[in-house]
Design a protein around this ligand. Sequence first.
Ligand code: ADP
Ligand code: MG
Length: 729
Amino acid sequence: MSSKLRFKVVSEAFAKKPVEVPAPAERPSEFFGKYVFNKQKMFKYLPKKVYDKMCDVMDNGAPLDREIADQVAAGMKKWAMELGVTHCTHWFQPLTDTTAEKHDAFVDHDGKGGMIEEFEGKSLVQQEPDASSFPSGGIRSTFEARGYSAWDPTSPVFVIGDTLMIPTVFISYTGEALDYKTPLLKALSAVNKAATDVCKYFYTDVKKVITNLGWEQEYFLVDEGLYSARPDLLLTGRTLMGHSSAKDQQMDDHYFGSIPERVAEFMKDLEIQALELGIPCKTRHNEVAPNQFELAPIFEEANLAIDHNMLIMGLMRKIARKHGFRCLLHEKPFAGINGSGKHNNWSLSTDTGILLHNPGKTPEENLRFVTFIVETLMGVYKHNGLLKASIMSATNAHRLGAHEAPPAIVSSFLGKQLTDLLNHLEETEEDALITLDGKHGMKMDIPSIPEIMIDNTDRNRTSPFAFTGNRFEFRAVGSEANCASAMIALNAAVAEALVSFKERVDALIAQGVAQNSAILKVLRDDIKTCKPIRFDGNGYSDEWVVEAGKRGLDVEKSCPIIFDRYLDKQSVEMFEKLNIMTEKELEARNEIKWETYTKKVQIEARIFGDLAINHIIPIATRYQSALIDNVHKVKDIFGEEAIGLSEENMKLIREISMRTKTITAKVQEMIEARKCANRITCERTKAIAYHDTVEPFLNEIREEIDKLEMIIDDEIWPLPKYREILFIR
Ligand code: ADP
Ligand code: MG
């Protein structure tokens, strides 16, 4: 970019006016879910018998037969056509971090040379997209390209523009999952079964346990013009170079600050469209870094919440452009300031309305509360390495362990009260605990029980898995990620822990131990076992890394090696036993993870080389020539005196020479490292080579470039700078 162009782009960005969004005529309660074929619409558009059947399918997982599907499709078509819909698509989540869709028109031949609007049950229920270009990790070779998408009736159909969107799973011809949703639904079903069985100890009427998820989506907005002038942002989603701005987040004046007008209009537009699609948006605010914001809805059932998160990420990207912005969902778009995450607030609740991670008022309820807390910790403890793998990616790796976001070690913060309670339970004599047989109205011999008030304000920002009053907050999830990955691992781990818990309690009961005593005995063992996962200290400190290692927690930092955790014996056993994924599927997924990792670093390295050699070096050289020219001219005029007068310029000339030389040499070395890595055929080894031998160059070269940015004439610097990109007016 020429100097003039950069100046133009920057001044245009600063002068931009907000695109005003008119207030909707109705209240949110009236337009909420306007474009969703929810139960309300089903009731209106389907015959009563079909409606009842659909409720059974959605609420209880009953099978959907063809005749019913045809009638549902007919009702859906009628509703959709009233909204001007002309096309439909299956909407699924392949293993690419985005969603996929292929639109088909609602038309067919009428047999008389004309066309009719047609939409049958079979198009609703199943489609066969030729999907050979989606990642499959070798499960499906390109000549066997068939993949099936099948309707997930637990997530309602919705309309975007002229298209009816049908949420589906995506599986291969041989039945293996090629998406996130399939194993997610299986993991949710596993935790439902395991938790319902455990619930029976406390409440006999519970038929179902639901997983709740409330995500908090962080993101950056940047001006579209400035974005387009940064090839690195455009192609990788992050800035690969850029000196920090003199002022960024050090004054803490952005967090919860007043929202800039241009951004407020974007948020309003986004919220209206999200509410119309049934996404219950609730909270919005400025985040810590300049230009960083957050959006959070009210929590929902996890499968729906994940679909909604995928949907809103798409909406954010689309609506941002309408407002002259680009929305950055990358975990670390800018070095030196906070990155973006997606806290996953997670809890379990029953069909009878009990929040299982919420303390109650009676000893019985609190025994249930402690049970679900401890068994959650057991799952997280046993599979802490896997949980880390579930949130790891080439992009999130920039955030984890970088002293500002959750560290690259999974541990759990419980707060003082709950810690005291667990410590007390662990230490209490068995006899004393027998008095817990609460049925006879006896008081528990435990302080804080029967009534526990968990203080919501007791918080620890450094913990990746923190208890926050009535839920756990899994904070290590990346802003760009599909939450399903984390939710599959977490729910599987908790399901496994609950199954094991029940087996041991039942064995004791069979030996004649009273139920509550048996529960307490197993809990006491488990509290001891999972103690290493509990950590309330500073997760960013170096001491914690040492301490966590001693405790046997996973402290690995290399992204491609962390992926190995998926193939550990205990992970494979868990996923297979719970019928969530087979070893073959896990292996295939890991191939994709390694390949994706390699490709991302490869793309960054290529762009980096291009920017360094074709953008930065020529400008540095040009500036250096101007300085040399100046030195000559000063000498012409002042003769011997000039040596003193040009001292500063001479220093700059030397510095530019040194830095450009280093940059050129390192770019060459980086290219060689890439060539070497590219010859490796094993995806895992190749990813490790990219991590160990290619990626380090990015930081090394960047340092040199960022220093050049500080000494070269601002007028000719080719890229918009952090201070220009990061402050929306
Ligand atoms: P924070 O204070 O951490 O910024 P909020 O209070 O804004 O968070 O809530 C964050 C998210 O947690 C919201 O989506 C909210 O609906 C969700 N949430 C609240 N309670 C639960 C729960 N029991 N289970 C799951 N999610 C919950
Ligand atoms: Mg939070």
